[in-house]
Design a protein around this ligand. Structure first.
Ligand code: ADP
Length: 504
């Protein structure tokens, strides 16, 4: 159990399971946009807030700068008359208010780079020659946001409008002083921290919801596949024998369909195997039973005449022959089992081979007064397995002789084109009923069981012939009319090796 859990977790972490993939996908889709949005909102807020603060303070500073000009603050700052002091006080109040409101410091610098006013009262009378002050005298305003130390620094020019002596009607702007201001950005930082905290809480809640959702969905979405496994396992372990169904997804339906098909073909195979074993046992038992009856009757009788002994013994011998033939045929069939497809391919002269087989079978034909004719349209040299092709020809010709009539005939015609050779075995025999034609290649199938048995048939001949033809990548067809005769046509490629290449 523990190893199973370990294995499951390992697969989950390595994303080898559909469930873990669904989980991760939902997690990514649900969480990442939230995190990105939070950063975008907080960052954007900072930029906007700093810009807004700078604009507001700059506006206020410009107004104060105007007041400084109108009150000649820069020129009169050292005067002590009542009017000047009163004016100075007004401006100082404005400066104090502004710096107080923004938690900042304002320095007023004249054209000699002297600090003539410091709201902190620390640097008055000192000289300041810094880059930003110089640049401001040249008309360039400075703006600097230091987020680490939490302040915004800016310069504001104090601009005078003068009329040149040579052209008094014209007016020129001259910078005679600079206001260097730094204001605190702590309020922005605090708001940002608050925003950050709140969005983090929301994000935590979202993460929890998304994780639970991902867990539930990954489980629910993969449930049908687990059902498929369970259903297949039930069949595998033998609890259920019925066709299974998991109709939740098209994919599961496809898997189950394929499995059901496999199950059906396995059952067909099982059934046919069982049937085959039953048939084999039955076929082998029949001659045994006959032999036992014959032997029993000899044992139980007393003073049996020698002739009867002889007759019974001959019958027993023919039953042994029959048993032998069934076993030989079965072995031939098993050898041709598809899984053991070993072909011993050689160049064989088909005319000579057919002649040889017919020569062997003619005595049997003569016994039944059947004439066997061979007609060859051309000389055929083909790549075949001689033993297997012999089985095909001999079984077909043997059948044609066996199921023939008195004074009947069997005709074997050999022909070929550039690709195939054909062997046609026709007879003037009893024929095969139309409804029996589809079954004649089945193992142990016989149209008339007792008649076939009488003439020594095993019901395996055509099964062997068909297998052998198929192994040569050939075809076998039959046409028959009851009472008139039967005709088998075998068509086999001349070049076995070439036809194998074509097949691929
Ligand atoms: P068997 O050993 O019984 O001949 P086969 O597999 O060779 O078995 O043939 C199956 C059955 O097909 C035979 O029992 C027979 O009824 C029928 N059959 C085969 N060939 C012929 C034929 N040339 N004429 C009539 N019936 C045939």
């Amino acid at each position: 159990m523990l190893t199973k859990i370990k294995e499951y977790l390992y697969q989950f972490i390595r994303l080898h399971s559909l469930r873990s993939r669904i989980f991760v996908i939902i997690l990514l889709i649900g969480i990442f946009p939230g995190i990105l949005m939070r950063y975008a909102i907080v960052e954007n807020y900072e930029e906007r807030a700093v810009q807004l603060r700078q604009e507001t303070v700059q506006d206020q500073l410009t107004t104060i700068a105007d007041h400084l000009v109108t009150n000649n603050y820069l020129e009169n700052y050292q005067l002590t008359d009542q009017q000047t002091i009163a004016n100075k006080n007004v401006i100082d109040t404005e400066l104090e208010m502004l710096s107080g409101m923004n938690d900042g410091r304002i320095l007023i610098i004249n054209s000699n780079f002297n600090i003539i006013r410091d709201t902190y009262n620390l640097s008055e009378g000192k000289t300041i020659i810094s880059e930003e002050v110089i640049k401001c005298f040249q008309g360039e305003r400075l703006f600097n946001y230091d987020d680490r130390n939490g302040y915004i620094e800016m310069t504001t020019p104090i601009i005078y409008t003068v009329h040149p002596e040579d052209a008094p009607e014209e007016s020129v702007s001259v910078i005679r002083g600079v206001m260097l201001t730094s204001v605190s950005s702590d309020s922005i930082t605090e708001t940002m921290a608050l925003l950050y905290r709140q969005s983090l809480i929301i994000e935590m809640i979202v993460i929890m919801v998304v994780v639970s959702l991902a867990l539930i969905l990954s489980y629910a979405l993969t449930r049908p596949f687990i059902k498929v496994t369970e259903a297949i396992n039930e069949v595998k372990e033998g609890y259920s024998d019925e066709a299974i169904s998991v109709p939740e997804y098209v994919e599961t339906v496809h898997i189950i369909d394929a499995f059901n098909q496999l199950l059906r073909s396995k059952r067909v195979l099982d059934d046919s195997r069982q049937e085959f074993v039953a048939n084999v046992s039955h076929e082998l038992k029949t001659p045994m039973a006959s032999m036992k009856v014959l032997a029993d009757s000899l044992i139980t009788q007393e003073n049996v005449p020698v002739e009867l002994y002889r007759e019974f013994m001959e019958d027993i011998v023919s039953e042994i022959d029959r048993e032998n033939k069934i076993i030989t045929d079965l072995l031939a069939l098993v050898k041709m089992d598809k899984k053991l497809q070993i072909m011993d391919i050689n160049y064989v002269n088909i005319n000579e081979l057919t002649e040889l087989i017919l020569k062997r079978l003619r005595p049997i034909a003569r016994k039944r007064d059947v004439e066997v004719v061979f007609e060859s349209n051309r000389e055929v040299l083909a790549e075949v397995d001689e033993v297997k092709l012999t089985l095909v020809i001999s079984n077909l010709v043997e059948n044609a002789i066996k199921y023939n009539k008195e004074h009947g005939w069997v005709k074997v015609v050999l022909d070929a084109d550039h690709q195939f050779f054909t062997l046609k075995v026709s007879d003037s025999g009893i024929g095969i009923p139309e409804e029996a034609l589809p079954q004649i290649y089945e193992r142990f199938y016989r149209v008339d069981k007792s008649h076939s048995r009488e003439i020594g048939g095993t019901g395996l001949g055509l099964a062997i012939a068909k297998n052998a033809v198929l192994m040569h990548r050939g075809t076998i067809t039959v046409t028959s009319t009851e009472g008139v005769g039967t005709s088998f046509v075998v068509k086999i490629p001349i070049n076995y090796i070439l036809s194998k290449g074509n097949e691929k």
